[in-house]
Design a protein around this ligand. Structure first.
Ligand code: PMP
Length: 361
């Protein structure tokens, strides 16, 4: 048999050098690794949704501009006058499109770090230089360092996760304002965890001409439909819209989101349960000897176990053997040494996690 090997040399070196975004197999495990809402829709609502989706014309492309849906969404979120929305296939896509629109040769993207890894990955995909500015040891923004990095690197885009994934904290507002004032390019405030933080920059859009606010339906309970939205001045949105693939948001996603916009109290109610569970989970984590848990404004909690990276690897593996999947963050950044991240689940899932963790320490 002759050996037939593809010649990969046409693939860019920096792409060949990285690993694909890893999504672990969670079959049979309690899934507390990806910040999903653990609650399904009530059966009656799911049935009604099924009926609605059954009426969608799958033979047609999505509308060029889903005006009615966007107007409904703008009203639901209180979008300030003069601002527009851009829809994406998850906010992941909007991170990518924003960078892509700004990716002149040699352009820089910057973010406090550790933060959401797609800021880094998407920058590399678009040939940008990514500058990661380390957070302070308590995960707050290092104001001097951040402003010095902005002055030095003149980033085209700065991403700030509000609250920050994976540390869970909200940063100091006045430092973010200093970033907005100093940044020569766009500043994207990523509000993926809005339902749990209940703290937003949206009203500030009118004040800061270089501010964009990024949000998603994912953490609210609709991660599977893949819908994110970027809010900003009509001029910015018009430019970034040019690099959006036509039909990037499919008709089933639009119909499902439209249906659920009419039922937001249901999803808000689930978020309220999760906020209460977050407080209970934090308390129980703090009560475990050998665990340091960090306060969170999101639907996940970062915690540190003893024994450094080896300790975190061991506890991660033991949790998995006990049927619980969390996210191991110890190898991501020196500030996260010994750290694991757990998503807030249902009360029963959280109890199972705490029991498994207590047995794994
Ligand atoms: N931003 C942040 C800070 C996130 O943590 C995530 C998901 N983990 C996303 C954006 C992407 O969310 P989605 O693509 O599901 O909208």
């Amino acid at each position: 048999m002759s050996e037939r090997r593809p010649d990969l040399s046409v693939i860019r070196d920096e792409i060949r050098a990285i690993q694909a975004y890893a999504v672990p197999d969670s079959t049979g495990l309690i899934k507390l690794d990806a910040m999903e809402n653990p609650f399904a829709l009530p059966a009656e609502v799911a049935r009604e949704l099924g009926e609605r989706l059954g009426q969608v014309l799958l033979n047609r492309y999505p509308p060029a501009e889903p005006r009615a849906f966007k107007d409904k969404l703008a009203r639901a979120i209180g979008l300030p006058a003069g601002m527009r929305l851009l829809l994406g296939n998850g906010s992941d896509e909007l991170i990518h499109l924003t960078i892509q629109a700004c990716a002149r040769p040699g352009a820089t993207v910057l973010s406090p770090w550790p933060s959401f890894e797609m800021y880094d990955l998407s920058s590399r995909f678009d040939g940008c230089r990514f500058v990661a500015v380390p957070l302070a040891a308590d995960f707050s923004l290092d104001r001097e360092r951040l402003l010095a990095a902005i002055a030095e690197h003149r980033p085209a885009v700065t991403f700030i996760s509000w609250p920050n994934n994976p540390t869970g904290n909200l940063f100091d507002r006045s430092t973010v304002e200093a970033v907005l004032a100093a940044a020569p390019g766009l500043v994207v405030l990523d509000e993926a965890y809005l339902p749990f933080a209940q703290d937003t920059w949206l009203p500030q859009l009118a004040h800061w001409p270089n501010l964009l606010v990024l949000r998603t339906f994912s953490k609210l309970g609709l991660a599977g439909i893949r819908l994110g939205y970027l809010c900003g001045d009509a001029a910015w949105i018009g430019e970034i819209n040019k690099v959006r693939p036509p039909y990037n948001v499919n008709v089933l996603t639009l119909a499902a989101a439209d249906f659920l916009l009419d039922r937001l109290p249901l999803l808000d109610g689930q978020a309220a349960v999760l906020r209460a569970e977050r407080a209970r989970l934090l308390e129980r984590l703090c009560a475990l000897v050998g665990v340091t848990a960090f306060d969170s404004a999101a639907n996940f909690i970062l915690f540190r176990v003893g024994g450094g990276s080896d300790g975190a690897d061991r506890v991660f593996a033991q949790l998995k053997s006990r049927g619980i999947l969390v996210k191991n963050r110890t190898h991501v950044h020196p500030l996260l040494q010994g750290c694991l991240r757990v998503t807030v689940g249902t009360p029963a899932e959280n109890d199972a996690f705490i029991a498994a963790l207590a047995a794994s320490l």
